[in-house]
Design a protein around this ligand. Structure first.
Ligand code: 5GP
Length: 209
């Protein structure tokens, strides 16, 4: 069985990546979404082990010292990290794994795993982003301001990504995301074994003639 594709999706807070991920997982079966660990408090409706594994700073530091993260980063006063075990297991079972992480983490993943596919999602405009953050109603104005200023910094990292997804129409965005991951399977560099196999087979045929 071929190994799954590892995809990283990043985007400004409020870009809609959570909604895209939810729709993708509902529509297509082969995806596994990695659940991160974080030191931030749960928002209303968030469940430990579903949105995140909520950890104390001490617990998080212990996981770092035991090398249990593929990557971790600090984002607006809190730590976030991708637990290694689940991701490795899913990839070796041939499932396509998606990491929904911010830009520093994405960069670290690409350095360690160059075949990872990096996708950056953004709303069509900055004004739309601000409206979505306010409309979400889960954060104070102060937090919204700090997320917008972070977005401005993150925009500089977009150029290091492989693909850009503009989240205007949700349905189109989800299908474009699905298609770009699946077309990765056809990349020549992911199919070296097949290339060698068919070359050998052809040689055998020629010998037999
Ligand atoms: P939020 O607090 O809004 O859930 O997430 C804040 C940011 O942290 C988002 O950009 C999210 O993608 C990112 N994030 C979530 N999990 C991880 C992780 O495991 N590693 C890194 N580097 N970033 C993460």
């Amino acid at each position: 069985m071929s190994r799954g594709i590892l995809t990283v999706i990043s985007g400004f807070s409020g870009s809609g990546k959570g909604t895209i991920m939810k729709a993708l997982l509902e529509r297509h079966q082969n995806y596994a979404l990695s659940v991160s660990a974080t030191t931030r408090s749960p928002r209303e409706g968030e469940v430990d082990g579903r949105e995140y594994f909520f950890k104390t700073k001490e617990e998080f530091q212990e996981m770092i010292s035991k090398n249990q993260f593929i990557e971790y980063a600090q984002y607006v006063d809190h730590y976030y990290g991708t637990p290694r075990g689940y991701v490795e297991r899913c990839l070796s079972e041939g499932r396509d794994v998606i990491l929904e992480i911010e830009v520093q983490g994405a960069r670290k993943v690409k350095e360690m795993i160059p075949e990872a596919v990096l996708v950056f999602v953004t709303p069509p405009s900055a004004r739309e982003l601000r409206e979505r953050l306010i409309g979400r109603g889960t954060e104070t104005m102060e937090v919204i301001e700090s997320r917008l200023s972070r977005a401005s910094e993150e925009a500089a990292a977009m150029k290091d990504y492989d693909y850009l997804l503009i989240n205007d129409d949700l349905d189109q965005c989800v299908e474009a995301f699905h298609e770009l991951i699946q077309s990765e399977r056809c990349k020549m560099e992911r199919n070296r074994e097949f290339q060698e196999k068919i070359q050998e087979e052809l040689k055998e045929f020629l010998k037999g003639e």
